[in-house]
Design a protein around this ligand. Sequence first.
Ligand code: FAD
Ligand code: NAP
Length: 538
Amino acid sequence: MVNTAQNFDAVVVGAGFSGMYMLKALRDKQGLKIRVYEAGETVGGTWYWNRYPGARCDSESYVYCFTWDKQLLQEWQWSERYPEQPEILRYLEHVAQRHDLKRDMQFSTRVTSAEFDETTNLWTVRTDTGADVTARYLITAVGCLSDTNLPPFEGLEKFRGKWCHTSRFPRGGIDFTAKRVAVVGTGATAVQAIPEIAQQAKQLTVFQRTANYCAPARNGKVDPERVKARKADYDGVVRRIRSSFSGFEYSAIPKSALDATAEEREREFDRMWDAGGFAFWMANYQDMRSNQEANDLCADYVKGKIRKIVKDPLVAEKLIPKGYPCGTKRPPLDSNYYETFNKENVLLVDANTDGGIEEITETGIRAGGREYQFDIIVFATGFDAMTGSLKALNLSGRGGCKLEDVWADGPRTYLGISIAGFPNLFTITGPQSPSVLSNMPVSIEQHVEWVANCIDNMRKTGKTTIEATPEAQVQWVAHVNEIVGMTLMPRANSWYMGANIAGKPRTFLPYLGPEGVGGYRKKCDDVAAKGYKGFEMT
Ligand code: FAD
Ligand code: NAP
């Protein structure tokens, strides 16, 4: 491999929504030499890697897109309320082409380490293609949900059939026709994939460790009049999602579920359930995630729906979530998920009642002492969320301190965008920012614009380094933990809490700000307006 040292002003790692916009925003500030490294073969990130059957967004398409290209907001026609993966990838490819982004991107290249040099104040970035480059600014756009979690199931190497993880699904797909298929996992991915696979497979067996609270997506074509009205008011849409709680046009019912009468509650629950999408989770009573009694009312409503849809009461009982409050794990949106368990060719193996997975055998999976035979196993086991892909960068900051050591007990950041001891490093949608609790393009755009403005400001004021102070970081971490401590969120074994990965410190990873993404945006803008309060600049 060639090892030609090159110097850049900024290196961006990742070419999904975040890396693409970061490049565009930095280019617009002019005069910067930028390189984007991407492990995949093209742009798209999540939408390049996740090609499993049924993959589509859960955010509605009119807000799951870039809002900075106003003309494209008018021109692009989404086919459905929640478009499928190929359509979103096509959209991102179109954006890359329209803005000539690929000329500064290097694909099929993984960043393997980066070190901050205190004498030059530059980052040295290494990749698996052998090139060492330097950069004044290092910007991670590596994705909160991009580091695949394949649990170390014993015996997997012995399995003689085909297997794959949903986030590394083979291009061209897998033909499940006449096959005995296992799906391991029942998170948002599995909830999308299971109904699709069940339609093809001879026999589908689903291995569930924790049952989820799912609400109907209600996908379909969007009424053309509605599309027209939204396009006519896109400035309004953008204003509203940016100042909202979760980056959507939802606001919670401003009262306690306990203050509503039973009839009123039922009416509201029905309305949200019928609307589909995240309405049930984001437009519900305001104390749903903070008051156990209020939460129980919402949970009971969903449990009632499961019991109604699933015909076999024993299967329904297995699908009913237990032991954690609803909405404290990321709620999947379903299209015929519960109905799929009424099919004759679908079997549910529940770890709690039937026994968990013990090992993978040559011919299948042994769980609860019983052997199940398969031709294909699909692992829908998720990601080492939020910290996995950042730790994999092998970052060394001041004094050679390693990120993995600094974060041994969980992530510590200032605003989720900066880490004390790691100058000129910016983490787009990093841990302890709203990120995964929001419609992500809104949070991505906010971070990208903040970083681009910050770098612009540094260049204009002749600064070479910016770095969070340890004091500001301590305060931010305390604030993040204090706020989430007032909610029910820590009560679930969720990936938000790092609980899906054996040995991962149990700590709430994103930031559940009291005023949501709108309030968080104000905090970040306020920091900038006060001369980057909480940062040291030299
Ligand atoms: P990603 O899209 O994850 O891109 C990160 C990129 O960085 C990847 O391409 C990766 O290859 C690259 N990378 C990582 N490490 C390295 C390295 N060391 N060197 C080089 N390249 C590297 N969010 C929503 O808001 N709404 C939705 O409906 C929604 N649906 C989703 C569906 C699925 C199946 C999944 C998995 C996630 C979904 N998300 C959704 C979250 C989604 O990840 C974000 O919406 C968004 O796509 C994130 O963009 P990103 O650019 O920050 O990260
Ligand atoms: P996930 O939510 O983490 O689900 C993984 C599933 O695998 C869970 O059911 C988990 O059980 C199970 N599992 C993990 N390790 C296991 C083990 N060792 N043994 C048995 N079961 C195991 O992952 P995901 O479904 O890929 O979704 C991750 C996130 O990506 C979502 O929450 C969402 O943010 C995003 N996503 C979004 C969309 C969308 O918006 N359209 C679609 C897919 C994904 P436990 O619950 O017990 O851990």
